[in-house]
Design a protein around this ligand. Sequence first.
Ligand code: WQD
Length: 344
Amino acid sequence: MAKKILVTGGTGFIGSHTTVELQNAGYDVVIIDNLSNSNIEVLDGIEKITGIRPAFVQGDCTDIATLRKLFDENPGIDGIINFAASKAVGESVEKPIMYYRNNLNILLNLLDLMPVYGVKGFVFSSSCTVYGEPDENPITESAPTKKATSPYGATKQMSEDIIADVIKSGSPIKAILLRYFNPIGAHPTAEIGELPNGVPQNLVPYLTQTAIGIRKELSVFGNDYDTPDGSCIRDFINIVDLAKAHVKALERMLENKSEEKLEVFNIGTGEGLSVLQLIDAFQRATGVEVPHKIVGRRAGDIEKIWADPKRANEVLGWKAQETIEDTMLSAWNWQKKLRERGIM
Ligand code: WQD
């Protein structure tokens, strides 16, 4: 009997790619999403890739009655991966109450209901944002977390603490926190990918929209940082590699591979790449020029951060595989597919 996994926010960028990898690994997937930042057509893309259309509930995880109904109508859920959250750093500064209410209520509802419905494993979508500006790189899981530079980052830190407190209180669940670095790219079939609403805040979707002519020019936010070429450094991780880390985390808990009830893993490549190096990688991989200019720094940006993924490699048994060139190519193919479909 296949194990059943609830993926909240499963029609989103990371949720949809994770659903594909869960189905590839033989799991049954139920998605709940309020479609506030994604489209129902993502289900078609998932089905085209795996041949399996995940069960879907359109609903808001901040409403506990909606979740109870989902658990009652989908008995036997063994694990949950929680992606559902508001996640725009800049927007969180303007709307802190919405971010705290949304992100924390979703988490509290899920933690409340898991023991009631016998759900064992919980994978939480955390972020390297919890580290703030690292004192040194590459950064390990034992590095100190610093005061978040945005309400978005604060909700990630608070969520990690809430999960730890709930487990400490004797809750029967197990949890794994995956601290992502910068997820980028798209599925190699170009059937699913990143589709931000409005003007993209993140680098790669803005870059591919510039490359295809939707945006006039990519602004590089600063080249006066203490880095080799002056632009910020990040650990850009391929979205399919990232999705596979979630399957590993679930297996670890559901197959009782660890006695630990709470574990944390940095999910990154271990390689730092600057903004200008990423632009160059895109141009080399695709042969497409990206008009770009240096402008002033963006408030709140971290100067440089990249992961030490040793624990994920050796303990979780997961390692990033995709090259940055192949990842850039996947992002470009996805952008061209959106154009073909007349979506943008
Ligand atoms: C990366 C670099 C920008 C846009 C955030 C969140 C993180 C996660 C990913 C949700 C920075 C530069 C960007 C542009 C640019 N969010 N940049 N021009 O800020 O590292 O991480 O998104 O899960 O938690 O913190 O990602 O892609 O916005 O920026 O020069 O048009 O690209 O200054 O140095 P970031 P990003």
